[in-house]
Design a protein around this ligand. Structure first.
Ligand SMILES: O=C1C[C@@H](O)[C@H](O)[C@@H](O)C1=O
Ligand SMILES: [Co+2]
Length: 304
């Protein structure tokens, strides 16, 4: 990533979803990457179906695309830092080989994000001892990431122990800012707290990676009312690309520019690809970015 710039990416999640690997399984890596070029993005994140670094790098180079980062499910509370570190070293090695910038970490101990539980009312909570174990563990993982020239960015997520603004506040207070950074995901914090601006204001200095995920409020309300799981909520269309839901990305983007954010903004809108055509939605996102965000901000902007 170039110094002083915002890079725009789009995640594979609109084409294929690691949380439900069956959906979109017909979309190959080559198809996904070529769609990303057609839609005018500079890069993507690593999906669970991505190949070994040599093969991936070849496909990326052919299309002049970059890797922003990759998700890592940590089980620090369940397994302890020693065990988790082994898998995290491998994760970072892979990311280094594909020239990624961030390791996206989410603590999955007690997570209900992949279960058939009500994601709006059954999230887990950590005890004080578990908080200590988690935060110490994250500091250690952050040090490992640094050895590979990566930043550990923590992903707050629906259905997990770090979901709400209060929980993000506590995580930021209890971890070392040299090693643990924050991923700001507009969709997750909005569905959790009904507010996506406070987190941005409070933790701008820690935010080193951004996911732009929009929310269809009517669908969210319906999913909440019927007590749907996380997976069934997104399959019902709770999430979409920026400009197609209720989040004001102009406000968010302005704040990012005002505070001189440097790094990736990755469009991440999980939907069922058989319902929401992935390239069509990627193009919609790009149009919205160009017309409502970049043009609006004029020459303050930052697109390669
Ligand atoms: O960053 C993310 C990665 C996905 O696997 C996750 O479920 C999604 O909601 C998300 O925000
Ligand atoms: Co996300």
């Amino acid at each position: 990533m170039e110094e002083g710039k915002i890079s725009w990416g789009i995640a594979p999640i609109g084409w294929r979803n690691d949380d439900i690997p069956e959906i979109g399984a017909e979309n190959t890596l080559q198809h996904l990457l070529s769609d990303i070029v057609v839609a005018g993005f500079q890069g993507t994140e690593v999906g669970g179906f991505f190949p070994e670094p040599k093969v991936l790098n070849k496909e990326l180079e052919l299309r002049n695309l970059k890797i922003a980062g990759q998700w890592f499910s940590s089980f620090l509370i369940r397994d302890g830092v020693e065990e988790v570190s082994k898998a995290f070293h491998k994760h970072c090695e892979y990311l280094q080989e594909v020239h990624g910038d961030v390791a996206v970490v989410s603590e999955q101990t007690y997570s209900i994000q992949g279960l058939n539980s009500n994601v709006f009312s059954e999230k887990p909570y950590f005890t004080d001892e578990e908080w200590v174990k988690l935060c110490r563990g994250l500091n250690e993982l952050g040090k490992i990431a640094k050895q590979y020239n990566l930043k550990l960015v923590y992903h707050h997520h629906m259905g997990t122990g770090i979901q709400t603004i209060e929980e993000v506040d506590r995580l930021m207070e209890s971890t070392d800012s040299n090693y643990v950074h924050l991923l700001y995901d507009t969709g997750h914090i909005y569905v959790s707290d009904g507010d996506y601006i406070s987190l941005l204001h409070k933790h701008m200095d820690r935010i080193k990676h951004v996911h732009f995920k929009d929310v269809r409020k009517d669908v969210m309300d319906q999913c909440k009312k019927s007590g749907k799981s996380f997976l069934h909520s997104f399959l019902s269309g709770m999430f979409t690309v920026p400009g197609d839901g209720c989040i004001d990305f102009v406000k968010v983007y302005k704040q990012l520019l005002d505070t001189n954010y440097q790094g990736w903004i990755v469009i991440e809108a999980e939907q069922d690809p058989s319902v929401a055509h992935p390239l069509e939605y990627a193009l919609m996102a790009r149009k919205y970015i160009d017309e409502k965000l970049i043009q609006k901000e004029g020459n303050r902007l930052v697109r390669n």
